[in-house]
Design a protein around this ligand. Structure first.
Ligand SMILES: Cc1cc2nc3c(=O)[nH]c(=O)nc-3n(C[C@H](O)[C@H](O)[C@H](O)COP(=O)(O)OP(=O)(O)OC[C@H]3O[C@@H](n4cnc5c(N)ncnc54)[C@H](O)[C@@H]3O)c2cc1C
Length: 399
């Protein structure tokens, strides 16, 4: 049996609480150290949980808390900017629908469940360094405090500091030439209640769905050669972004109407879309990465949170079953790398489709109806991603 008893988790977003809950089920205690102060819940618009992510949440006992959040999405409808249907992806047979949730509410629900199970969270603790001995690792935080444990898990998101501690040469996230925005507009639109609409408009991609409260959630991926961090994008006044968005989508419906009914203070500005390139080293010594720090697939995948939760569970399973820490981390990486890189590759193709010029865009709109019935059919495109299940009760084969 492993001698791991205590894990330090840097990051209390989605992967951090998920890892803490999974480790608890593996008989390993953990403390979650989150950089943000307790009162600050962070930002974020909506995120999608795919059937595989929902199944992973069930293993954590977190599926019931989730039922109170968000809404199910059974169908994905592709249209052009005039509202003409150019394709449709129904949910896969035998699987529950995707679920869209507010990121902040979802992260809070996971954290509350973890706290209810006795897991400690410490806020205002930004990890700035770590020191290893053969039997332990000590994390250093920006307030001068330290904490020691058997392993340090970097669940600190796409701009991970633990990643650089593991490998100072680690690649940085790639920025995709698409600016991300989201909001909930105060009007309903004519839409199927459980469908998410993807609009390939004249000058940009736009997604939306009707909420049960009669308002409409939307997000935009606006092509932009100027690459911006979230902080850089937020330095531009939200009014100015709304003005640009209204200009870009002025000929696309219902984007035009939704933007008219979105106030500047409702706009979530996320900067350029980001994704992690393939990362050479997921672990070193007693440190390991989980979630976006290792494998952010870009938000076009609809899988970022789901993969983060899956990885958290597989890491806990490996630490449960594999006696040596290094062997456990290697087994974890073997279980996860191919899968997460395949999802990232699909998302990269989707991103490419969102940055096409006018001619290629017209061609795509013409081909889409045939494509979605043949080579792009839902089962072939999404089956392997969404039908994936973790065999928690099975021992990890690692030798
Ligand atoms: C502010 C924010 C908004 C987001 N909005 C969206 C969205 O609208 N739509 C979407 O699909 N995805 C969004 N995401 C990404 C989404 O949450 C992740 O893709 C996914 O859920 C994987 O989660 P994660 O826990 O690996 O990373 P994250 O959810 O990014 O969580 C990482 C956590 O680590 C903390 N942290 C960072 N550095 C340190 C450090 N040095 N020490 C301690 N703690 C640290 C961060 O404060 C954060 O709470 C957002 C992420 C963030 C941080």
């Amino acid at each position: 049996m492993t001698r791991i008893r205590q894990a330090l988790i840097a990051g209390g977003g989605i992967a951090g609480p998920a890892a803490a809950l999974a480790l608890r089920r593996a008989g390993i205690d953990s403390v979650v150290y989150e950089a943000r102060p307790e009162a600050a819940d962070g930002a974020g618009a909506m995120l999608a949980l795919a059937p595989n992510g929902l199944a992973a949440l069930t293993l954590l006992g977190a599926d019931r808390a989730l039922q109170a959040l968000g809404q199910p999405i059974r169908t994905m409808v592709m249209t052009d900017g005039r509202g003409r249907r150019i394709g449709e992806f129904p949910g896969l047979a035998g699987l529950p629908p995707n679920r869209v949730v507010n990121r902040v509410e979802f992260a809070r629900a996971l954290r509350e469940q973890a706290i209810a199970e006795g897991i400690r969270f410490e806020h205002g603790k930004r990890l700035v360094g770590a020191d290893e001995t053969p039997n332990a690792v000590t994390a250093r935080f920006d307030d001068g405090s330290v904490a020691s444990g058997d392993v340090l898990i970097g669940a600190d998101g796409i701009h991970s500091g633990v990643r650089t501690l593991i490998d100072p040469q680690a690649p940085a996230p790639l920025r995709v030439p698409l600016l991300n925005f989201g909001a909930v507009a105060d009007i309903p639109v004519a839409a199927q209640a459980d469908a998410m609409y993807f609009v390939f408009g004249d000058r940009g991609f736009f997604g939306y769905w009707l909420q049960p409260d009669g308002r409409t959630a939307w997000f935009s991926n606006l092509p932009s050669a100027t690459l911006m961090t979230a902080a850089e994008a937020r330095a531009v006044p939200a009014d100015e972004w709304l003005r640009r968005l209204r200009g870009a989508y002025r000929q696309d419906e219902p984007a035009r109407a939704l933007l008219q009914h979105t106030a500047a203070e409702q706009l979530v500005v996320l900067g350029s879309m980001e994704m992690m390139p393939s990362l050479p080293h997921w672990h070193r010594g007693r440190m390991v990465l989980v979630g976006d720090s290792a494998h952010a697939p870009s938000s076009s995948s609809g899988q970022g949170a789901s993969l983060a939760i899956e990885s958290a569970i597989e890491l806990a399973r490996c630490l449960r079953d594999v006696p040596d820490v290094g062997d456990a981390f290697a087994a974890y990486e073997r279980l996860r790398r191919t899968r997460v890189e395949q999802v990232a590759a699909r998302a990269a193709k989707t991103n490419h489709g969102k940055t096409l010029g006018p001619v290629a865009r017209t061609l795509m709109r013409l081909l889409m109806p045939v494509a979605t019935k043949t080579f792009m059919n839902p089962e072939r495109t999404l089956g392997a991603e969404q039908r994936y299940r973790i065999e928690w009760s099975e021992a990890v084969a690692w030798r």
